[in-house]
Design a protein around this ligand. Structure first.
Ligand code: SAH
Length: 397
């Protein structure tokens, strides 16, 4: 067993059960990619078992803080069973949910979403990459599923020295290998293709916020709705379910918009109530302002502008820009649902950015709710960094 010895004072975060060891904290020791190492303090006290990553800034991701625990197949079976057992306690109104949310589920670098009968997995660190087969078998055992599709086509794998990989990881013999699926989310019917969709196929973290939006649209009697960064139109069909009569979905992905149209039909709404715009959101918002358009409700759910805190400043300007434009398009009494999924932008900072945007637009509003990811994307007490999605519901004065 290889040992990693930390510099003096660098044991503190592991004592608080924070699972990352950065390169700069290590005094000596190393290992192969994904190898299990013993992490100890400068004076030899055991701190954690972890997986070593020779190329990443995060050199070790802790598996366990219990010296007696062995990191073997049974370890992964236990962790996966525990994560799967949590989900029914979260009252998730869907047959699609996140089953494994990385660090929060004690499995750094592993993301697994369940879509009906199929699991869609991302292996994002060398640690989980090394245990990939064990993890795949444990997932099937814990869920009773027979299908796993892998979507390890994510940029962060490069930081770990790993190539991108997609395709079937497990399937029954002779299976027709269908990647297109139907799911149910609250009262909505949705579809996705795990091979073609973004991430693992769909944005499950916004599930409860889409439901909240449907209720809000109904409560306000909002008729004209603008859904920016709509992807496959989850918020758009939610708006229609809430009684909206004119919904515009804006996204730069043509296939996503085609599916948004399909979702309108799938949920029994008239196609004439929904328009798609394959366009840049920023430019579209500017055009709408020039045209003097107004909306009763607007959703802003942009992609991650700041992957890390280092990108926060430029990202803050981009967030402020779109929020300022959206504020100007709100009719009196209208609602704005605005989000950031950037880990590098705290809820506090996001609040300040949106406040600044309102000020610049000359529009005031009531912050009536603060939003976060659905509970199957948990944040743990010991790893607050896991919190990434934050949102505000604002009612224009
Ligand atoms: N709200 C969606 C998820 C949005 S993900 C849901 O509930 O499912 C972010 C989306 O922004 C992606 O679909 C991506 O295609 C789109 N996007 C990224 N940059 C864009 C841009 N500049 N203009 C328009 N859409 C963009």
């Amino acid at each position: 067993m290889k040992t990693i010895t930390l510099r003096e004072g660098k044991e503190r975060s592991l004592h608080r059960r924070h699972p990352w060891v950065f390169q700069g904290s290590i005094a000596k020791g190393g290992g192969d990619a994904g190898e299990t190492v013993r992490v100890q303090s400068h004076d030899g006290q055991f701190l954690a078992w972890g997986s070593f990553s020779p190329t990443s800034q995060i050199r070790v991701r802790a598996w366990s803080f219990d010296e007696a625990e062995r990191i073997d197949a049974a370890f992964f079976e236990r962790r996966i069973a525990q994560a799967v057992a949590l989900r029914p306690r979260l009252a998730i109104a869907s047959d699609a949910m996140r089953l494994i949310h990385g660090e929060a589920d004690g499995l750094p670098g592993l993301v697994v979403d369940r879509y009906a009968h199929l699991l869609s997995a991302q292996f994002l660190s060398v640690g989980v990459e090394r245990w990939r087969d064990v993890i795949a078998d444990a997932l099937l055992q814990a869920t009773g599923c027979h299908h796993i599709y892998e979507r390890s086509d994510v940029g962060v794998r490069e930081l770990e020295g790993l190539p991108q990989r997609t395709g079937w990881l497990r399937h029954p013999e002779g299976d027709p290998l269908v990647t297109e699926l139907a799911i149910r989310e609250h009262d909505l019917r949705l579809s996705l293709d795990v091979a073609e969709g973004h991430k693992t196929g769909y944005y499950l973290d916004q599930r409860d916020n889409r439901k909240l939006f449907a209720d809000l649209v109904r409560q306000l009697g909002a008729k004209r709705v603008l859904n920016c960064y709509s992807y496959t139109g989850g918020f758009s069909v939610a708006a229609l379910a809430g009684g909206a009569t004119e919904v515009i979905s804006v996204d730069s992905s043509g296939p996503a918009l085609a599916r948004a149209n399909a979702h309108v039909a799938l949920n029994g709404f008239d196609a004439s109530l929904h328009t798609t715009l394959d366009a840049d959101v920023n430019a579209t918002l500017r055009r709408f302002i020039t045209e003097g358009q107004q909306f009763d409700a607007i959703v802003l759910d942009p992609p991650k502008f700041a992957p890390t805190a280092a990108h926060a400043e430029r990202a803050a300007r981009a967030y402020k820009d779109i929020n300022r434009l959206a504020f100007r398009l709100l009719s009196p009494g209208a609602a704005l649902l605005t989000f950031s999924c950037s880990g590098g932008i705290s809820a506090d900072l996001f609040h300040k950015i949106v406040a600044g945007a309102g000020l610049d637009a000359g529009v005031d509003g009531y912050i009536v709710k603060r939003l976060e990811a659905s509970p199957d994307h948990p944040t743990t007490v010991t790893f607050p960094e896991g919190e990434y999605l934050k949102g505000l519901v604002i009612l224009r004065r």
